[in-house]
Ligand binder design. Structure first.
Ligand SMILES: [Zn+2]
Length: 684
């Protein structure tokens, strides 16, 4: 590992912050914190922190000694001075003489001594930073160092690699006790350049930012060099099926197997989003004959446990020739995982005095031999974090096994971190949005109604896949919502199948389909060209059927129900003159919605339609509105509000109707009218 320090860059940042009154030492602290945070082999998703001891003015204008230490919620790779809240140093140091300090009291002590009471919570490792005398302290969970410390003989191995340059601190959970122990180890030999934290990571320190940072790089490089020596071959490969099932085939079965029914609401599920990873290192790991031993031994560093749980679920290797076998075996593997987790909780909660609340028992990482690994989460973001940490675990465990035998912290220690009182206190405070964990496909998503619907579903917490034939404007719109965009021609069977495969590969499945793509065709029914009528049926009926068939295929593979939503039209109920070519297929689509409701209700798949009229969109352009208004001797505004309520109906109103239908778990075969009131088109 090479130092990424560039003097010119460091100085540029010092000058940049000088203008806003930030001292050079804090600016350099920001600089080297970013260097650490941008290397995933050093720091991943909050797995590290840094500090600088300096002096600054408090709110009374008095100069005081402070510790500026990484605050929670800040990413080291993009940290700013505000992400390093200042805490009165002498007050932190006084705590060292105490015999014990609960986590809650530690947080209170830290917050009470913030210079700025609005600042974020200082890191839980703040006291460890404070108890060390050095101006700069850096802490990471470098993967290479984890390869050394997650061994039975970690102390001897670290002595071999570092001699007396690094102190060795036995495993203690982060908090007051660890801070005291680390300070004692340092006091026993103040010549050390850093501390190795067994089963956890390392600290380095120095007089200035560069010294502390470059010591970190050097210590990690020494670990890398040791891992490159005396390696044995890992891993011996298990026997796998000749033909491995495709990702798009296996993901829905897996996603369905790990979804948990909500005991409070019949028909509701706690679903998870999947994030897939594969490469040679991952395949070597998941294909190992002994994968159950080393993969289930535990986390490479304690803070992973909150995002990945302590061990992954191991799915069977999918045989492409026996898809049903995979489905059944995956369900068994998921049930086994949950049983094991519930027992682990019960066993350890008893030890903790029965005071803890169990988290959901679903896995957050799934290994699939022959295929790769999945990170799982209630959102795509959570799933990505779990997958990133799982990849780091694959690497750390592979390294550990190559030079010895992987031996992380034990079950009780993992439980104490996973069920840490501060984390437990947060439970229930954040309510998940109503569509969290659900994947929604919207066709015609670049259009007015499609995009308004996308925004409404995004606000409800769903993960979105936006499909449209207009690729260019779609990409931009999808980006704005953090959605997946897939160019798709809904009249083309292959294009639809490819689009669904892409969505399934990206998220693991599909829960809601908004079949919205359509276009208006006109002609007097008695003499309309047959080709026009057929073209309209192709887009306004068959494409709805095509996407619905694909959605149902995926939903049945998941086995967790689902929801089909169709954009019908007022024309389906109440034909307009010369609009036959549009109204006829729309009428068929309205019945299509009912047919799906009838045929798939028993599988928990609901099917509803929205019947909207007179919405400004690609079908109803401003020019077209002006023309129609003029023909009726009305202003454009009066024409648009020509309904019982005399209000213009917008794409957002239609979007809300779709959202309502998606959320109404006991509603199927419903047609919701969104037209401001039109008695001639009212359903009966
Ligand atoms: Zn740490």
């Amino acid at each position: 590992m090479k130092s990424a320090w560039v003097d010119a860059d460091a100085q540029a940042l010092v000058s940049h912050y000088e203008a806003s009154g930030i001292a050079a030492d804090l600016a350099l602290r920001v600089y080297s914190t970013r260097l650490l945070g941008r290397d995933p082999k050093l720091v991943l998703h909050g797995g590290g922190n840094t500090s600088v001891k300096t002096r600054l003015r408090d709110l009374n204008g008095e100069t005081v000694d402070v510790l500026c230490v990484k605050g929670s919620g800040w990413d080291m790779g993009h940290i700013e001075p505000a992400g390093l809240p200042a805490v009165r140093l002498d007050h932190l140091r006084k705590a060292r003489s105490r015999r014990s300090l609960s986590d809650e009291d530690m947080v209170r002590l830290q917050r009470a001594n913030l210079i700025d009471p609005m600042a974020p919570n200082p890191s839980v490792e703040t006291l460890l930073h404070a108890f060390l005398p050095h101006a700069f302290v850096d802490h990471t969970h470098a993967t290479a160092v984890l390869g050394l410390v997650d061994q039975e003989n970690s102390r001897a191995l670290c002595e071999e690699v570092y001699g007396r340059r690094m102190g060795f601190v036995r495993y203690i959970m982060p908090g007051f006790a660890l801070a005291k122990e680390a300070a004692d180890v340092f006091a026993a030999d103040p010549s050390v350049e850093g501390l190795i934290l067994d089963k956890h990571g390392l600290f380095t320190f120095g007089r200035d930012a560069r010294e502390s940072y470059e010591r970190m790089i050097e210590m990690v490089t020494l670990a890398e060099a040791r891992l490159a020596k005396d390696r044995k071959t890992v891993f011996i490969r298990a026997t796998l099926p000749n033909r491995i099932g495709a990702l798009a085939e296996i993901a829905p079965a897996l996603r369905g197997a790990v979804a948990l029914p909500d005991p409070a609401v019949q028909g509701d599920w706690k679903r998870l989003i999947l994030d897939f990873r594969t490469n040679d290192t991952i395949l070597n790991f998941v294909n190992g004959a002994e994968v159950a031993r080393y993969a289930r031994a535990g986390v490479i560093t304690p803070d992973h446990t909150i995002r990945t749980k302590n061990w992954p679920m191991i799915a069977p290797a999918p045989d492409a020739d026996k898809p049903d076998g995979f489905r059944v075996a995956t369900r068994t593997a998921a049930t086994t995982f949950v049983d094991r987790y519930v027992k682990y909780f019960a066993r350890n909660n008893k030890r903790a005095g029965g005071t803890k609340t169990m988290l959901d028992p679903a896995p957050r990482v799934v290994l699939v031999p022959g295929v790769g690994l999945f990170g799982l989460g209630r959102s795509k973001k959570e799933a990505r974090v779990a997958a990133d940490l799982a990849e780091a675990a694959v690497e750390g465990i592979t390294e550990a096994e190559a030079i010895g035998r992987y031996a992380p912290i034990g079950e009780a220690d993992m439980f104490d971190v996973e069920y840490w009182s501060l984390e437990q206190a947060k439970l229930g405070s954040a309510k998940a949005p109503p569509l969290a964990g659900q994947v929604v496909i919207i066709t015609g998503a670049a259009g007015a109604i499609g995009y308004a619907t996308a925004k409404a579903f995004a606000a409800a917490g769903a993960e979105l896949a936006l499909l449209d034939i207009d690729g260019a404007s779609l990409v931009e719109k999808a980006k704005a919502l953090g959605a997946l965009s897939v160019r798709c021609d809904v009249t083309d069977e292959a294009s639809v199948r490819t689009a669904f495969d892409r969505v399934v590969e990206s998220y693991g499945g599909v829960d809601i389909l908004v079949s919205n793509a359509g276009a208006a065709f006109q002609g007097r029914i008695g003499d309309v060209d047959d080709a026009i009528l057929r073209k309209s049926f192709e887009l306004n009926f068959f494409s709805h059927q095509r996407v619905a068939q694909n959605a149902v295929r995926v939903m049945l593979a998941q086995g967790t129900g689902g929801c089909l939503l169709f954009n019908a039209s007022k024309q389906a109920i109440n034909p307009g003159p010369d609009f036959g070519p549009y109204g006829l297929p729309k009428a068929a689509t309205l019945f299509l919605a009912r047919q799906y409701a009838l045929d798939y209700g028993a599988a928990g798949i609901r099917s509803n339609a929205v019947n909207a009229d007179r919405i400004r969109s690609g079908l109803l352009t401003d020019d077209f509105i002006a023309e129609r208004a003029k023909a009726r001797g009305l202003s454009a505004a009066d024409y648009m509000a020509g309904n019982l309520l005399q209000r213009e109906v917008t794409a957002d109103d239609v979007a809300q109707a779709f959202l309502h239908q998606a959320l109404a778990l006991k509603t199927t075969a419903d047609v919701t009218t969104v037209d401001g009131g039109n008695i001639a088109a009212a359903l009966r």
